[in-house]
Design a protein around this ligand. Sequence first.
Ligand code: 87F
Length: 546
Amino acid sequence: MTNPEEAIAAPAADAPAEAPKAPKAPKEKKEKPKKEAKAEGEGKKSGGGAAAGGESKGLGLRNSKKDNFGDWYSELVVASELISYYDVSGCYILRPWAYAMWEVVQGWFDQRIKKLGVQNSYFPLFITEDVLNTEKDHVEGFAPEVAWVTKYGNSTMEKPIAIRPTSETVMYPYFSQWIRSHRDLPLRLNQWTNVVRWEFKYPTPFIRSREFLWQEGHTAFATQEEAEREVLDILELYRGVYEDLLAVPVTKGKKSKKEQFAGAFYTTTVEAYIPETGRGIQGATSHCLGQNFSKMFNITYEDDDRQKQHVWQNSWGLTTRSLGVMIMTHADDKGLVLPPRVAPKQVVLIPIPKASTAPEAVQAMLDKVDELTKALEDKGVRVVTDTRSNYTPGWKYNHWELKGLPLRVELGPKDMDNAAVMTCRRDTGAKEVVPWADVATRIPELLETIQADMFAAAKSRTANCTETCHSWEEFMAALGNKHMALTPWADEEEIEEEVKKKSTTPDAMGAKTLCLPFEAPPLPEGTKCFYSGKPAKNWALWGRSY
Ligand code: 87F
């Protein structure tokens, strides 16, 4: 049995970000051996697979979510055809099943930021050393993660060129050129790209990889008020991506000074939580940069009095990590469990003729499948039909369960007689007979119910794993239970350092603040910090984290 702590990530002490003054490459973490998906042939009819019409017969995953989370996750992402491992450590192939979900996330978010007035654009992948150093102060801590191109063909580059880890230094020189007067504001740009960060923490598909996909928004405003309003508008969209699309509950809040982006005025975040590992995970961040970067990059506009003013800026990012959090939240020992709104296919229709069914009756069944498919597609439902005759129904059930399809719809001889279909929910296994006449209305309803139920279940799991703590003993007990701790806090960086050190055990990394939640209980006058006993300034949500 693998300790999930080890299986997923190296102890935080390996993080280059935590040892910013040592730009030499930390030791690489070896990746786990690759797990291959099970042979697809197992359920072929000739091979004597599961009985026709039968239930799942042990084609699930070898590892269990509860007992060996890390191995379960690695096996799951490969077996469900989301990921293939690649021979550059920390890089993964996103197969169509994964990429289709990223496209749904992109579509959801892109449509909404455009409504806010954000425009898409594309800036180059490469950064010269000089430009990257424009904001040396904040890049310094990240320097060990920057990858460089040093050769072309057999020749050495005169000057090495960095591969973007983020695009502040790429974009802001042009903000400085493009913004002249208040008429050029607001400038609100986004780009959907890949970025490269040569991470040395243990890599995990979706959660931490050396190349990943994201959107990065970079915006400039004349006033602080406009900028701050956008920070929260974007954070609300990030909440929406997680909660409304991926059915993953998140806590909105502000990062502590220690945990915020060093270049920011302040950082807001949505934080998720994985009960099995007891770890918090940062979902997405929306930063108010204040005038920090506009002063560095000389981004100014002339106000009505012809005075030069530095613009107010924000930046915000959401990555393919969001899919990993969704997978970890919902999947089970049979495979993925996809929330209908993000599932590339929401319904699988499977005709189940018997060996004795007459050819005309089989044809009638197939015609019915076509008709129901069309009726569902007309309602905007994403349907796949599985009419393959060389696989048994049992094998197909397992296959689509592994892929996480929210709803299975079966059509057998009995259903043909009753003018109905049998539906089976992936999340609960609940079955329901739906008359043909109701398919086009009832199935979209069922999908919405599944979506809502999955979110409610995840939300209650997370709520049950958050403990309010007023003392160090309570705090350590909560962490020992793999829970998050909500504490009154004096909001002092030294406390956070000490808590991290003191909560580090031989088996587990130290805890840090995940965020200072926007929604928290009242903090009556005289409430004391759980650690220092000093007057508490706010509530903080703590946890071990990814
Ligand atoms: C790694 C190497 C170099 C994070 C890095 O959060 C630089 C960086 O600046 C770096 N890792 N960051 C912070 C990114 C800040 C900000 N950028 C735009 C975001 C959202 C999107």
